[in-house]
Design a protein around this ligand. Structure first.
Ligand SMILES: Cc1ncc(COP(=O)(O)O)c(C=O)c1O
Length: 369
């Protein structure tokens, strides 16, 4: 058997037919930009995530940029980000003219801690911070970090590119975020058929600015109140996403089952599985295990030989990326992000993975010597 790391083509019965029918309708009505399907998607997304405002945009990187700018981040403002994230978090800060400061994450939870954010606020006096929720979990100290930022007057943006559907204390993670972003890149749990993203906020003021920013700063068709850009969500993507959202709960459930089976049934002394905190409801985006940096290369070779797909999300800390040179304002590092980058291993996980595939992965890993 061969098990891919990810297979994004396991659709529900009739999913493709419904999307095709609706695409044909778009071809006839010509609502390619804006139009009712965008409003339909934003309404369903808002309701699914229990957020006050949900605005579709072109991709998850733009969504961070829109959130930063709408929340008032300007040129040369200092923004804290975790050293372990996807490069887009770093890029977005630089693209809005602000300066990223990286903060090391915990070796245990792989996320920021309230103490690390506190130390970084004292050291760097930032205007904002981006809390990134990785692997389909929520940062375990989300509520404490939100409270700290509020007390210290630091604007908190949450990068939820991997966290649609995640709950904390039984409530939607996104609903509690002042301003947040997500990505609908096809490999995400709610993937589009191309690039797409969304911005969320509890603030009507931030929502109004975000709405303008992602559509050329428009206040009316030919009146421009702001320098924005074109980051509109396309109708084809919205159409695909409307249908996908209807199946999201089932997709997340099947992913969660894969992650929990790995955690429960893989018993290997070299692999330490990590999961979300007890009060966090994961969306099953990724399975995460750690092994020592010395033992990982041989295990990867073994997985390749047995045709089991794998990932190493992410294989490098942000502050160590060549592209960070000349942009990084400062960093707090204890070497944890770098160690995680060399230690992390992700096993196959995607919606509607068959039980035979899951069993094969588990048996193959358990037999590793
Ligand atoms: C944590 C994180 N932030 C931002 C992004 C950027 O999203 P996009 O690729 O849609 O621009 C991603 C997507 O890979 C991500 O995982």
């Amino acid at each position: 058997m061969k098990v891919p790391f990810i297979d994004i083509l396991r659709y529900e019965k009739n999913f493709c037919e419904t999307v095709t029918e609706k695409t044909a309708a778009l071809l006839k009505n010509g609502h390619f930009v804006g139009g009712p399907v965008i409003a339909e998607f934003e309404t369903s997304l808002k309701s699914y995530t229990h957020t006050h405002f949900a605005l579709g945009c072109a991709n998850g990187t733009d969504a961070i940029q829109v959130a930063l700018r709408a929340a008032g981040i300007e040129k040369n403002d200092r923004v804290l980000i975790p050293d372990m994230t996807f490069w887009a978090t770093f890029e977005a800060v630089v693209n809005v003219g602000a300066v990223p400061y990286t903060v090391d994450v915990s070796k245990e939870t792989l996320h920021l801690t309230v103490n690390a954010v506190k130390e970084a606020i004292e050291k760097f006096n930032p205007k904002a911070a981006i809390l990134v929720h990785l692997y389909g979990w929520a940062c375990p100290e989300t509520l404490e970090i939100r409270k700290l930022c509020q007390e210290k007057g630091v604007i908190l943006i949450e990068d939820c590119a991997q966290a649609i559907g995640v709950k904390i204390n039984n409530e939607s993670l996104l609903a509690g975020a002042f301003a947040a972003s997500t990505s609908f890149y096809p490999a995400k749990v709610l993937g589009a058929s191309g690039d797409a993203g969304a911005v969320f906020t509890t603030s009507s003021e931030v929502a109004q600015i975000a709405h303008k920013l992602l559509n050329h700063g428009r206040t009316s068709h030919y009146e421009h109140g702001l320098i924005g850009w074109n980051s509109r969500l396309g109708a084809y993507e919205a159409n695909f996403l409307v249908e996908s959202l209807k199946h999201l709960d089932a997709r997340l459930e099947s992913r969660r089952k894969v992650c929990s089976q790995y955690r429960e049934r893989i018993k290997h002394p070299q692999l330490k599985f990590i999961g979300p905190a007890a009060n966090v409801w994961e969306n099953g985006y990724l399975s995460v295990a750690l092994m020592t940096p010395e033992s990982r290369p041989a295990f990867i070779e073994y997985l390749k030989k047995h045709e089991v797909g794998y990932g190493t999300v992410y294989p490098g800390a942000m502050s160590e990326q060549p592209g960070a040179t000349g942009h990084l304002g400062g960093k707090i590092s204890h070497g944890n992000s770098d160690w995680i980058a060399k230690s992390v291993i992700n096993l196959p996980c995607f919606a509607y993975m068959s039980q035979a595939e899951v069993d094969f992965v588990i048996e193959t890993v358990n037999q590793y010597k």
